[in-house]
Design a protein around this ligand. Structure first.
Ligand code: SAM
Length: 197
């Protein structure tokens, strides 16, 4: 039996047990947390392979009146919490989860054209369906750092810059080691910022 099947069976068993007897959670909490901590890095990938939030979204459409405060429980990487926030523009949305991503993930308001970060503050900068501001990308990336520019729908993505243009702009700023990726229809370019001279 594969690890995935075992994990899925364990989750189902835990759910069945805890729904019947909530006190059993004190025993099962630890292994469940380990499972989801392990899954966290791939969670969004697993989600996006199916229309994972479609039923939640369908139900949200029927919610009324608009909530002022909303809580998404077991929020994982926050996908459903963001759906709620997008649908109810006035709502304060809280995503709560057992797995603690807070010490590693935080969200900030920032304009990519003028970032509030010191020079060379990141080793990896990623953009997914986002307009690249090349000077700022160059400034905040540490020497030798990596840049990913990805477009979910390739050339059909509303926000899209061709690989040729990306290479030209980045090459001019000293980036190299370019690599192209295609996930049909998705595309991505990986580039490395020049190491310190
Ligand atoms: C199957 S994932 C679902 C994540 C997200 N809601 C989604 O659909 O993409 C279940 C999530 O619930 C969290 N979780 C499980 N038990 C929890 C609990 N008792 N309290 C808070 N979060 C819990 C896990 O850490 C995990 O992130």
């Amino acid at each position: 039996m594969s690890d995935t099947t075992l994990t899925q069976r364990f989750c189902r068993l835990t759910t069945d047990l805890v729904v019947r007897q909530p006190r059993l959670w004190s025993l099962l909490r630890r292994p469940m947390r380990v499972i989801f901590d392990r899954l966290a890095p791939q969670w969004d990938e697993l989600r996006s392979s199916t229309d994972a939030y479609a039923p939640y979204e369908a139900a949200l459409e029927r919610v009324g009146p608009p909530p002022k405060r909303a809580l998404d429980l077991g929020t994982g990487t926050g996908g459903a919490a963001f759906l709620v926030a997008r649908r109810f523009r006035e709502a304060e949305v809280v995503g709560a989860d057992l797995a603690d991503l807070r010490h590693r993930v935080r969200f900030e308001i920032a304009d990519a054209s003028k970032l509030p970060y010191a020079d060379a503050s990141f080793d990896l900068v990623g953009l997914s369906n986002m307009i690249p501001f090349f000077d700022e990308l160059d400034r905040v990336l540490a020497p030798g750092g990596s840049l990913i520019v990805a477009f979910s729908g390739g050339a059909g993505t509303p926000i899209y810059v061709s690989p040729e243009r990306l290479r030209a702009e980045l090459g001019r700023r000293g980036f190299s080691d370019f690599a192209d990726f295609s996930t049909d229809p998705g595309t991505a370019l990986l580039a490395r910022k020049r190491a310190q001279a």
